[in-house]
Design a protein around this ligand. Structure first.
Ligand SMILES: [Zn+2]
Length: 145
């Protein structure tokens, strides 16, 4: 199954660089995310904290913004990198943010700077999700002439 493939070395390398860019002076918990767009390009991001704590944002959010700025709208794969004994999976908010541009089968690779740890699909992390299709306009079945 394609979704179970481990992340490619290029994604890991980009994430290691992004991890060093993280601005996390308060939590001291740097996180990096790398998205592979449907166009094949990589988009990296890091968490950016703020002295007014709720104003900070996650690595996945930064990576999505980079992708959107490049004109890409579809996610093929995601890699999230963070340290610690527990798996650093996307937070609930980021699962929903990723869902906007990804389908249930998109792999989410969870890694540390040492390498790959586990791969989930977006559908596993956010089952029965609410996405763009839920808001798609209904097509008229009959047409007045
Ligand atoms: Zn998040």
């Amino acid at each position: 199954m394609a979704a179970r493939k481990k992340p490619d070395p290029e994604m890991l390398a980009q994430a290691r660089i992004a991890l060093m860019c993280a601005y996390a002076p308060y939590s001291r918990f740097p996180v990096a995310a790398v998205i592979r767009g449907a166009n094949g390009k990589l988009y990296a991001g890091c968490n950016v904290e703020n002295a007014a704590y709720p104003q900070g944002w996650c690595a996945e959010t930064s990576a999505i913004a980079a992708m959107i700025m490049d004109g890409e709208r579809r996610i093929r794969a995601v890699l999230v990198m963070g340290e610690g004994s527990e798996l650093v999976t996307p937070c609930g908010g980021c699962r929903q943010r990723l869902r906007e541009f990804a389908t249930d089968s998109v792999p989410i690779h969870v890694c540390s700077s040492k390498g790959w740890r586990k791969t989930f699909t977006l559908g596993e992390l956010l089952p029965a999700s609410f996405g763009p299709k839920n808001l798609a306009p209904k097509t008229k079945k009959t047409r007045k002439t």
